[in-house]
Ligand binder design. Structure first.
Ligand SMILES: Cc1cc2nc3c(=O)[nH]c(=O)nc-3n(C[C@H](O)[C@H](O)[C@H](O)COP(=O)(O)OP(=O)(O)OC[C@H]3O[C@@H](n4cnc5c(N)ncnc54)[C@H](O)[C@@H]3O)c2cc1C
Length: 512
């Protein structure tokens, strides 16, 4: 099993001279407050991770309640592992809502001839599907009501030093959250879990590049159209079975072919077949501000026309009307951050997580799972802060604000490479599923080798258990804080030796 290879401890002194983080002369920890912006999968999971570790937090969610569409979602083995470590209650809630697999396999069918291309074992009860609205409701019940503020849309976040930063006397040094209803709250650290069109992503970007965030030569981080759109449907199981038979409705299948694919799996205790049709699109998305637009069932009919009757019947199962029955079925543009990524996931004491940080297409079923992994890493790091506060660091002028900033530095260090890779692998995967290279796509052996590699990267490339056993986050955090704690000593020594005080990665640094 690979180790935590995607990350590395931040550079810093390897051994302290007089152990500045020992707990001798320890002062008691100062409570700090985490603001979580957005109560989707990432935000709720972060909240439940902090709850489990006794860290103070509030979720600010713009909707009147925890809201998700009824469509299905599948959680991959890495996401399950993260749930267990985050908070066992998170995992149990997921298991309560998840649909059993007919067979513990993910199977790919050549959509043109209906033959099996490849079958990937998913592990015992692995990659189960569930209804989004149900799982979110179950998780939502675990968050104490006083820790959620609904109908709160964050408009701006202001950190000390920002223009317009004007806290009350007792809130000096805190981060200000300004809401669209005119109210203001404060926090010591802010995690933006506000989804694919994140406001907090803009905040991070503008604080990384204050003068040039939208200037020439610097692309503004955002989610761009992937030239794929999709249609979703929840089909009563009896209708689905009538169309394609019991077996094909009992577990996870994907039907592949040129320029399109359909994925199906059962949810709602086998009462419903969840369906997702993904279609390639040479055009631009007409409205970047709206990722969901009125569609037309004809798109689906055309995309699967001439395929094997099984695929054509599946296409026909999609409804003509939207859920409310008062308009056409809607189509969802698939956007990701591949072309316009953030260069890092934090600035100061504000970070982004989940889709806000690294939106990815749905093709590896990974986006939600990545958000849960982010939540685990953040919760683990924030859970270690009281230990560092209780050490003698404060005597060295390393205050809570600095520790919190270093938490985000380590979070970014842990998460950036892996999450960016998953965004890229997801693009590769959809090319494979939609036969960009027909010779590979139609050859079960070649196809299977590539598919297995991609999914296994997502499922196993991050050994979360090992990370926890090694006490990795605490170790990395201590290293990062040490860098700050020792900075004055290093500076003094440099001055004494007359070798300058910069730490710009020059030869001078190497010599030191
Ligand atoms: C078709 C499709 C299928 C998918 N299938 C899978 C799958 O099978 N498995 C998987 O793991 N992933 C899947 N994904 C990806 C997954 O859905 C996302 O990665 C996940 O939902 C992101 O969760 P999030 O909490 O980061 O963001 P969101 O779910 O978007 O939540 C953001 C929350 O923030 C709130 N918010 C936004 N702005 C503000 C503001 N200014 N102030 C306050 N609140 C705010 C919103 O109301 C929302 O509740 C799929 C995606 C798609 C499109």
């Amino acid at each position: 099993m690979p180790s935590v290879a995607q990350s590395h401890p931040p550079s810093g002194p390897s051994a302290p001279l007089d152990n500045p983080i020992s707990s001798t002369n320890a002062s008691s920890p100062t409570p700090f407050h985490v603001a979580i912006i957005g109560g989707g999968i990432t935000g709720i999971n972060l909240a439940l991770g902090l709850e489990h570790r006794g860290v103070l937090y509030t979720i600010y969610e713009r909707s009147p309640g925890f809201r998700e569409i009824g469509a299905g979602i599948g959680f991959s083995p890495n996401a399950e592992e993260a749930m267990k470590l985050l908070n066992p209650e998170v995992y149990h809630a997921y298991k309560r809502t998840a649909n059993p697999n007919g067979e513990d396999k993910f199977q790919w069918i050549n959509g043109l001839n209906d033959e099996l291309l490849y079958s990937l074992p998913v592990g015992k009860d692995g990659f189960l599907g569930c209804r989004r609205s149900e799982i979110l409701e179950e998780w939502g019940k675990l968050v104490p009501p006083e820790k959620i503020k609904f109908n709160k849309t964050v408009e701006t976040v202001l950190e000390p030093g920002d223009e317009g930063y004007n806290p009350d006397e007792d809130a000096k040094g805190k981060i200000l959250l300004k809401f669209t209803d005119g109210t203001v709250d404060t926090a010591d650290i802010v995690i933006g879990c506000d989804g694919i069109r994140s406001k907090l992503r803009n905040h991070v970007q503008s604080h990384l590049y204050p003068s040039s965030s939208s200037g020439p030569g610097r692309a503004v981080a955002k989610a761009g159209y992937t030239h794929k759109f999709c249609y979703r449907a929840l089909v009563p199981m009896s209708r689905a079975v009538e169309a394609v038979g019991q077996y094909r409705c009992s577990t996870r299948f994907m039907y592949n072919g040129p320029g399109a694919h359909i994925i199906t799996y059962p949810i709602g205790n086998n009462s419903v077949l969840n369906m997702l049709a993904v279609i390639s699109d040479p055009n631009e998305w007409p409205d970047e501000k709206r990722h969901v637009l009125p569609g037309n069932k004809e798109d689906i009919r055309q995309a699967f026309k001439g395929w094997h009757p099984t695929a054509e019947k599946l296409a026909e199962l999609f409804p003509e009307q939207n859920e409310g029955g008062d308009g056409p079925i809607v189509k969802w543009g698939i956007f990701d951050t591949y072309d316009f990524p953030l260069p890092q996931y934090y600035a100061g004491r504000v970070a982004v997580a989940g889709d806000a940080a690294h939106a990815t297409g749905p093709h590896l079923g990974a986006g939600g799972g990545l958000g849960i992994e982010d939540a685990l890493v953040l919760a683990e790091l924030l859970g270690k802060v009281p230990e560092l506060q209780g050490s003698n660091l404060q005597a060295r002028e390393v205050d809570t604000e600095m520790i919190l900033e270093r938490v985000l530095y380590v979070y970014n260090d842990f998460r950036y490479a892996r999450t960016q890779k998953v965004v890229a692998w997801t693009r590769d995967a959809v090319d494979l599923f939609q036969w960009k290279d027909e010779r590979v796509a139609k050859d079960g052996k070649k196809f299977g080798k590539l598919v297995k590699k991609k999914f296994h990267h997502v499922w196993f490339d991050l050994d979360l258990q090992e990370m926890m056993n090694w006490n990795m986050p605490k170790g990395m955090l201590e290293m990062a804080v040490l860098e700050v704690a020792l900075a004055p000593t290093v500076k003094g020594a440099r001055e004494f030796l007359g070798i300058g005080s910069g730490s710009d990665g020059s030869d001078e640094d190497a010599e030191w």
